[in-house]
Design a binder for this molecule. Sequence first.
Ligand SMILES: NC(=O)c1ccc[n+]([C@@H]2O[C@H](COP(=O)([O-])OP(=O)(O)OC[C@H]3O[C@@H](n4cnc5c(N)ncnc54)[C@H](O)[C@@H]3O)[C@@H](O)[C@H]2O)c1
Length: 292
Amino acid sequence: MQDAGTRIGIIGDGVVGGALRAWFESQGADVHAYDPPKGLRDRAAIDEANVVFVCVPTPYDAVRGFDHSYLLDAMGSITGCKLVVVKSTVLPGTTDELQRRYPQHRLMFNPEFLREASAVDDMAHPDRQIAGVTVQSARDAEALLALLPPAPFVRVCSARQAEMAKYVANSFLAIKVSFANEVSDLCERLGIDYAATRDIVAADHRIGASHFDALADGYRGYGGKCLPKDSKALLGLAERAGVQMDVLAAADAVNARMIAALPHIDAPRKPRIEHEIEIETPDVLIERQRAA
Ligand SMILES: NC(=O)c1ccc[n+]([C@@H]2O[C@H](COP(=O)([O-])OP(=O)(O)OC[C@H]3O[C@@H](n4cnc5c(N)ncnc54)[C@H](O)[C@@H]3O)[C@@H](O)[C@H]2O)c1
């Protein structure tokens, strides 16, 4: 648990930032959120914080790429020398690059795995708590973990490792949804009850029931803010690295087919700018690995 001197700031009071604020408030923490579009304009509270969580959007577009502009706006506004914890989903290498650009802060990456529909409860009861560190923040891992909700699985690792794990988790769930949709079509064609089939298969604890619905709330495929953009971002990264990811690419194509047949709930967020400011880190890393 936090010690008395810990003042927490949250930049971005959306699904993730709002759920994080709710967790800290439930713990009686000294926490303040900053989000001008939401009327939260107390800049001084962020300036006075010693730990700042960054929970701003990180849109991805398959054509235009990753939009870091919200992230860089947020980072550029943090004064002093603070522990800055990125909770926004970012490509592997991004936190290291932010550490390089903002050497006065200690940067960490703490992936968030909550579901939008049950954000506050998921935030408070996570399956895992991951502290992704840079060289400069390695000593802060225990302090960060003491602040956050406890979890049965805890891991301290490099920021890049944690960033990768977040993308792999969301991409795996995307693959599961696309597979469920195709199996559902086959069941329908054969006159077999898909829901009953799913229940039998999902009773295997290795498989599980989540993301196995072919029709959720009247919609097919996967939508929402995260699975489409995160699976496309991982595909884009793999392509630049020269690695084939046929299974994920097929899941993405199946999803496009499913949502074309029936509209999905949320259109993915469009990037705000086109490569105005770009963190090239993943590409730089790939080049470095190729050269080695
Ligand atoms: N929604 C989810 O289920 C979920 C789950 C895990 C991870 N994530 C990741 O977390 C990040 C945030 O997602 P979200 O769903 O909470 O987004 P959101 O759109 O709900 O909230 C983001 C908030 O940030 C604010 N904001 C943007 N720029 C700002 C700035 N410079 N200063 C202050 N506030 C600013 C916006 O006004 C908005 O309220 C994304 O990277 C997303 O991929 C989301």
